[in-house]
Design a protein around this ligand. Structure first.
Ligand code: GN1
Ligand code: MG
Length: 360
C-alpha cells in the first residue's frame, strides 16, 4: 500500500492532503500527515526487527498515555497537547498491517517543536522538567503490567558483552579501524555493573522509565519553549531513574552533535549539566532516594558508555541496527561518546558538587 492509503485506514478528522518524512529518529520510519480539518497526524512504521511484538508495544503505549491523560486532566491540563494520543484504525485496533509491516498514527501536537540541540536558552532545563514530571506522574503506575519491549535494554554489562561478541565475529572486517575504541570500552567492564548490581540488590529502586530521554524526545511549546509533552514511548519499561537522567545528559549536555567528526568540539558542558540537574531534581527530586541522587553522575557516564558501545557494536556488525545518513556514521557516533565519557570521568567531582547544590 502507498503511505497515504495506509494513513487513510485510520480514523482521521478531515481529508489527508499531504505526507512528509521526518528524519530525526534512528529506528522507526516517521511521517507527518497533513489534513484539511485542523488536526495533523504522525504516521510511524514500527521497526519490527527491533520491536518484535507491535501489539505488546501498543498495549504499553495505550496504558501509559491513558494513565498520563487522566492525571493531566485532573491537574487541569490539556490532554491532547501534554500526552500523546494514538488514533484508532478503522479495523477497530490501533495498528495497520501492510505485508510484514505495522503502522500506527498519533495526533500531531500543534504549535510545538522538538529540537536536536539546546539551541535556545532554557530549552534544556525545560526538557529536564518535562522528563522529571513524566517520572513523577508515572511513579504510581503499575509497572508490572508493562511489557519489556526490548529486554535488557539498559543492561550495560550485557551491552559490553554484545560488543565483545561483535569484536570476535568482526562480520564486516572493520575491527582493524577501531581497536583503540574497543579497548576503551573493555577497560570499563567493571564500572559497567555499577547500576545493574544495585538494581539487583534493591539498593536502587525499579521505576517506570522512559529509557530514551534525548532532548529531541520532548515537544517544546513554540511560544514559551516549555517542555509540554514527552514523546517516543516505545522503550517505556521498568528501569532506573539513572537511565533517564543519564541519557539526557549524554545527548543534551554535549556541546556537539552525536556524530560530530571534529572531536575537539565535543565536551560535556557543565553549564548545560547544571541546567538539567536543576530542572530534573527540582521536579522529580522528592521522589528520588538518596542513592539515586548520589549516583546521578554515574548514570550520565553509564548511559554514554553504553550508547557508545552500541554504536561501535553496530559498526562492527555492518550497520544493521541504527539508521545511517553516511558510511562510517556509527564509528563517528561511538567516538563522540568515548570523548564524552572521558570528559565526564575527569569532571566527576564537579558533577557531584552540582547535584549536592540542588538536592537540598
Ligand atoms: C535510538 O530512534 P531514536 O533516535 O529515538 C535508540 C536509543 C539510542 C538513540 C541514540 C529503540 O533512539 O536507545 O540512545 O537512538 N532507540 C532504540 O541516538 O534502540
Ligand atoms: Mg526518538
Amino acid at each position: 500500500m502507498e503511505l497515504i492509503q495506509i494513513a487513510n485506514t485510520f480514523e482521521t478528522k478531515g481529508n489527508i492532503t499531504k505526507l512528509e518524512q521526518i528524519t530525526m529518529g534512528h529506528i522507526n520510519g516517521t511521517y507527518k500527515v497533513f489534513c484539511d480539518a485542523g488536526t495533523d497526524y504522525i504516521l510511524q512504521k514500527i521497526n519490527t526487527n527491533i520491536f518484535k511484538n507491535p501489539f505488546e508495544l501498543t498495549e504499553n503505549i495505550l496504558g501509559v498515555t491513558e494513565f498520563l491523560g487522566r492525571k493531566i486532566a485532573m491537574r487541569g491540563g490539556n490532554r491532547e497537547r501534554e500526552a500523546m494520543t494514538l488514533v484508532k484504525n478503522k479495523n477497530g485496533g490501533y495498528l495497520c498491517k501492510d505485508g510484514d509491516a505495522y503502522y500506527r498514527l498519533y495526533i500531531c501536537i500543534k504549535g510545538a517543536t522538538c529540537y536536536s540541540s539546546a539551541s535556545i536558552d532554557g530549552l534544556f532545563k525545560n526538557s529536564a522538567k518535562a522528563f522529571g514530571r513524566f517520572q513523577m506522574l508515572l511513579s504510581d503506575y503499575p509497572a508490572a503490567e508493562l511489557h519489556e519491549t526490548i529486554p535488557y535494554f539498559h543492561d550495560t554489562p550485557k551491552r559490553l558483552r554484545d560488543l565483545e561478541a561483535s569484536v570476535k565475529a568482526d562480520k564486516a572486517g572493520r575491527l582493524k579501524y577501531c581497536q583503540n575504541e574497543v579497548d576503551f570500552f573493555m577497560a570499563r567492564k567493571e564500572f559497567a555493573s555499577a547500576i545493574t548490581s544495585k538494581l539487583a540488590t534493591g539498593e536502587l529502586p525499579l521505576r517506570v522509565t522512559h529509557n530514551d530521554t534525548k532532548l529531541n524526545n520532548v515537544m517544546m511549546d513554540d511560544a514559551t519553549h516549555e517542555g509540554i509533552c514527552v514523546i517516543d514511548l516505545d522503550t517505556v519499561m521498568p528501569g532506573s531513574s539513572l537511565y533517564d537522567f543519564g541519557d539526557s545528559i549524554r545527548f543534551g549536555a554535549s556541546t556537539a552533535a552525536e556524530d560530530e567528526k571534529d572531536l575537539s568540539k565535543v565536551w560535556c558542558s557543565m553549564e548545560l549539566y547544571e541546567e538539567y540537574v536543576s530542572g530534573f531534581v527540582g521536579e522529580a527530586g522528592k521522589a528520588l532516594t538518596d542513592t539515586e541522587l548520589d549516583m546521578l553522575p554515574v548514570g550520565a557516564i553509564m548511559m554514554t558508555l553504553e550508547c557508545g558501545a552500541r554504536f561501535l557494536a553496530d559498526y562492527l556488525d555492518g550497520d544493521v541496527y541504527f539508521s545511517l545518513h553516511y558510511d562510517g556514521q556509527n564509528l563517528d557516533r561511538a567516538r563522540t561518546q568515548i570523548k564524552l565519557v572521558a570528559d565526564m570521568e575527569s569532571k566527576l567531582d564537579q558533577m557531584n558538587a552540582i547535584v549536592t547544590k540542588y538536592r537540598g
